[in-house]
Design a protein around this ligand. Sequence first.
Ligand SMILES: O=C(O)CCC(=O)C(=O)O
Length: 216
Amino acid sequence: MDAELFPRTRTEVAPGAVHFPDWLDAPAQRELLAACREWARPPAGLRTVRTPGGGTMTARQVCLGWHWYPYAYARTVVDGDGAPVKPFPVWLDELGRRAVGAALGADAVTGTPYDIALINFYDADARMGMHRDGDERSDAPVVSLSLGDTCVFRFGNTETRTKPYTDVELRSGDLFVFGGASRSAYHGVPRVHPATAPPGLGLTGRLNITLRVSGF
Ligand SMILES: O=C(O)CCC(=O)C(=O)O
């Protein structure tokens, strides 16, 4: 990463919401990217998500463990090819728990395993509107890992999609965890900065991997 005048450091953006820059080193990013490429293959691969109002999400998505569709979970891709969702690997649960420990401390690590991954792929024009992650029964912290292009991640409040919010720059390798009082906060991605991925990674665009505990 380029030398910077102000080093990027772990920051608590809101109570229970922590940005941990450069949490994944370059080899770990490459490994996670290789896994995402496998997960994106059909069946139950990367798809365009259609919303009930007839729109489409600009970020394309693939799920592990439980398939998310607006606004519920299923074991098969009910809004796509109908295939069983790919399994959620044990190593991804371990990564999720380590992430929570690093960001929020050992006390915040849940006893229940992480069992949902939503992997979002953003090209230069993709974005994600302000929303809450509210279709899970568990209130375990949400873990978010970023690969590739830098984005603006907007982290808001639990009441409205509007201000107050904080804009955080998420770069390749960054970790963001939100739990506790911030578990139900609105958040979104208003902008991706094209061609900002680390040159050695070999990714055009941005991937975000969010890990959740279903409680199902
Ligand atoms: O891409 C991101 O950083 C956010 C993804 C997100 O909010 C979600 O999957 O619910």
